[in-house]
Design a protein around this ligand. Structure first.
Ligand SMILES: Cc1cc2nc3c(=O)[nH]c(=O)nc-3n(C[C@H](O)[C@H](O)[C@H](O)COP(=O)(O)OP(=O)(O)OC[C@H]3O[C@@H](n4cnc5c(N)ncnc54)[C@H](O)[C@@H]3O)c2cc1C
Length: 607
């Protein structure tokens, strides 16, 4: 038995778990990340290949993109992986995790059980069969990011699975009575065009589909499989997973067989279904047939949407989501519509594969929904948070899962520094919100930043109309408007020069001691950015450094250059100093960008 002691143990290395581990480690906590597969990323990994979306609703809500760790991952992937290899995304996550000295990564290692005493998880056991290793991991705090709530259920936390009755939480779209049905799972595939015909013969066990069966499910694009090829929502998606996998393979191969060999109108699908999910942007109609298209990859791991959810101190509901509720203990936000599917999935032939309930504004996610109500040291992030089925149908998208992961990682790091604190107490919430805002997480009601820039006189070489240099000390670090949430000001919250090179200078009446300078640049939140295997969705993005972003800058204090970066592409650029830097002025020179002819800076934070 290998014994490990750590400050924070994260079970599950999907997007939620990765962001939780990174946030905690970067805030100084020792972290063990337990992931049962050989790659990180969960449904976003090369094993499933689902694209990460979030509050921007695939382009329908420009400006709402998640900042913080999830943005760092998306931007870096676009720069390092312009050609959209799903394997390079796995490697990017691996690189990020192994580059943090505070993280011990256990791949191919499954959580199996835990010891609980006095309402706390004391230790967990995990096994790595391929090395015949058995781990006993002890930590003051744990996170269940396994998607299926494996840790929470084993710890005896209250959980539920299925759809609530309308009356329980007074949810307008709730159903008459509760049931155990959930959203189904999907196996995706990838295909590509070749220069000669490629025949396809399905195995005898594949399903057969007629055009009638798929009349509400557009199959006009062939390079990337179909999220609607969904099944298993009427089964127990935890214990029934092997059966679901086989059925999903039968479905994926059956759909491809239909496209290749049976579809009477594959080249010009007349259904309007597609426009419903791609923001009205139908792909160009083509006379090309599927003859030259070959099936290149079929997932073997069901992409799982829904299973068990742990109950926390607050259960997020449809009303919270739809009303854009602002919680005092908000540590994240969401914005994806409430995206419910028929549990029968592809077998619900006469139903559209999704029924979207409008979410007009961003809503906040309280920390109380991310802590088990029964197990005091158990955090939650991702699919298994404390939400009703309807609220979950919005929070489940991976950028929102990443936001929650960053939130609980930050909370765990705070808790590790203040042992046994009641995390729901106001002073701790404020401290966590402050840390999150400093690390570029977006909160709808951000705390006033701890920022010496606010005490300085700020001048700039030039200012584009409406883009005052004073904006760099705002608590908001993105363009805000009441369209995102009625409480938000209508402001670009950005300094923008009229030309390049450009400078901005901060002057204090007396010398200040600077330990850290954070620069927040523009990475084009008005545009979509994520790794997608869909060509139509990718057409909305730039797979390279974002043109708005500063590429070359220089920081000067006391008439000396204290930092110069020539190949920058990230939004948050942090400069830390071993010894406090004493100065009464600080200047940022922006010398070049990746495209735009002016400097665009959201914040110069000085601590
Ligand atoms: C077909 C499909 C389409 C979807 N469409 C989108 C979309 O377009 N965009 C979007 O953002 N979201 C989409 N979603 C939702 C999204 O993929 C999930 O909600 C999301 O993956 C949840 O992230 P997570 O980190 O909570 O869980 P997961 O991605 O499931 O990650 C959980 C991780 O925990 C690991 N794990 C599980 N059990 C153990 C254990 N015992 N020990 C150790 N590790 C364990 C797993 O290997 C996995 O890596 C879709 C989902 C599906 C299935």
């Amino acid at each position: 038995m290998i014994q490990l002691e750590t400050g924070f143990c994260v079970v599950g290395g999907g997007i939620a778990g990765v962001c939780a581990a990174l946030a905690a480690a970067r805030r100084g906590a020792k972290v063990v990340l337990v992931q049962d597969r050989s790659v990180l990323g969960g449904n976003a990994s090369s094993e499933v290949r689902m694209h990460i979306v979030g509050a921007s609703c695939s382009g329908r809500r420009p400006g709402a993109r998640e900042s913080g760790i999830i943005e760092e991952l998306r931007v870096e992937d676009a720069v390092r992986n312009p050609h959209r290899s799903p394997h390079l995304f796995d490697l990017l996550l691996y690189d990020k995790i192994v580059s943090e000295p505070n993280i011990t990564l256990l791949l191919d290692t499954s959580f199996v059980n835990c010891r609980v005493a006095g309402g706390r998880v004391e230790s967990i056991r995990a096994v790595r069969p391929n090395t015949a290793d058995d781990f006993l991991i002890t930590a003051p705090y744990y996170a269940d990011c396994s998607g299926d709530s494996h840790l929470g259920v084993a710890a005896g936390a209250t959980w539920r699975m299925g759809r609530e009755a309308r009356d329980e939480f007074h949810e307008p779209h709730g159903q008459e009575s509760a049931d155990t049905k959930v959203l189904g799972s999907t196996i995706l595939f990838m295909a590509s065009r070749k220069d000669r015909p490629v025949p396809f013969r399905a195995p005898a066990w594949a399903r057969k589909f007629t055009e009638k069966d798929l009349s509400l499910r557009s199959h006009r694009e062939w390079e990337y499989g179909y999220w609607w090829a969904e099944w298993g929502g009427e089964l127990d998606t935890v214990h029934g997973n092997p059966r679901i996998r086989h059925e999903l393979l039968r479905i994926a191969l059956g759909v491809w067989d239909h496209i290749k060999n049976d579809c009477p109108r594959a080249a010009d699908d007349p259904t309007a279904a597609y426009e419903k999910w791609m923001d009205g942007e139908a792909p160009p109609r083509t006379s090309e047939g599927p003859e030259n298209w070959s099936l290149d990859w079929v997932g073997m791991l069901p992409g799982k949407r829904e299973s068990r959810r742990i109950l926390g101190h607050h259960v997020l509901t449809e009303n919270d989501v739809v009303s854009g509720r602002l919680f005092d203990d908000a540590v994240g936000y969401g914005g994806w519509w409430i995206d419910v599917h028929p549990p029968a999935g592809i077998d619900a032939v006469h139903e559209y594969p999704t029924a979207q309930i409008e979410v007009a504004y961003l809503y906040s996610i309280p920390l109380r929904s991310l802590i088990s109500r029964d197990i005091v040291n158990l955090f939650l992030a991702g699919r298994n948070i404390s939400a009703t089925h309807l609220a979950f149908a919005s929070t489940r998208v991976m950028a929102t899962c990443g936001v929650m992961g960053q939130a609980i990682g930050t909370a765990a790091a705070h808790a590790a520094a203040v042992p046994l604190c009641d995390m729901t107490a106001a002073q701790h919430i404020r401290a966590i919100q402050q840390m999150l805002a400093e690390d570029d997480a977006f909160l709808l009601q951000p705390p006033a930043p701890r920022d010496l820039a606010r005490e300085s006189r700020i001048t700039a070489s030039s200012e584009a109309a409406g883009y005052s240099c004073a904006h760099i000390a705002s608590a908001f670090t993105r363009a805000t408007s009441p369209a995102l949430h009625p409480s938000l000001p209508d402001s670009p919250n950005q300094w923008r020069s009229t030309a390049l090179p450009a400078w901005i200078e901060l002057r204090w009446p007396a010398a200040v001691a600077i330990r850290e300078i954070d620069l927040i640049f523009d990475t084009g939140f008005e545009r979509e950015l994520t790794l997608s295997m869909s060509d139509a969705y990718t057409a909305k993005m730039i797979r390279a450094p974002q043109p708005e972003t500063v590429s070359h800058y220089k920081l000067t204090a006391n008439r000396a250059v204290i930092a110069e970066v020539t190949d920058s592409f990230q939004r948050l650029c942090r400069h830390k100093f071993q010894q406090p830097l004493l100065t009464d002025h600080l200047r940022l020179d922006v010398l070049a960008t990746h495209g735009v002819p002016e400097a665009r800076v959201f914040a110069v934070r000085v601590r």
